[in-house]
Design a protein around this ligand. Sequence first.
Ligand SMILES: [Zn+2]
Length: 308
Amino acid sequence: MPALPENLIVYERGWLSSNNLLCLGDTPALIDTGHVKHAKDTVRQLGTALGGRPLAGIAHTHLHSDHCGGTGALQAAWPGARTWVPELSLAHVQAWDEDALTFGGTAQRCARFTAQHALVPGQTVRLGDFDWQIHAAPGHDALAVLLFEPTHGVLMAGDAMWEHGVGVIFPHIEGSDGFDTFADTLSLIEQIDPAVVVPGHGAVFNRSTGAIAAAIARARARIDQFNANPAAHALYAAKVLIKYQMMDVESMAHADFERWLDQAPALHTLHQQHRPDMDWRDWLAHILAPMFGKGVLRRDGTLVRDGV
Ligand SMILES: [Zn+2]
């Protein structure tokens, strides 16, 4: 079993929510807050764990809607909590710039929250009983950070690394970065050499079983595939964005589903990256057919449903 100290509690959440890491101590803090859809559960779960003590801090590995969607509800429940976000995101949060925060481009929803403090790479942040090192972790998200607690070797990786699979590489969709930045962050994790990784999604995994080295090798192989065939990444990303939306809303009238597809800027970019030779409608039909075929999505009369 992973050797997590008893004052660090991981809440492994199903999609859409990211995992949450509760750092207990004199100033209890939560790292990553899940999706807005599960915000009430997040508050309830935390209230039980804190046993009447106030939450003192909230920190984020990055500001995708599955990692910061509970923050507004936590701030309402514990108004004294201080909130940290990655340095480069602080101004976007303070201005609540939905496009810079990527909720606009991906057509996702996230409840508004505030932040006062920056997670600055090279510095440390006190969360619970520990000082966490802050490292820049571009790749999945250009502005993301890793948080590393060196005395127990615990790495809060967010979506920079999962045990299985590689998250969508958003900077590549935006045209600002290649796939190799993701691999550079894997090399940084290798250098940090954590004993335990708390990923953004999925179970905690550790060094002693070889799981961290294996995860890094698998992720590198995936990046090699994307480099060899960038269209494969575009197809993967398009399917992830559509599935994510349907997991959020669960069902939509077919006309609303079509409208959402038409109005998601990232999907238009992915269309161009995947099959610019195809007409938009034909491309949508082409990528949706296997999603319906495999039951990832379902048709139910005039509705489109998530095929959980
Ligand atoms: Zn995530």
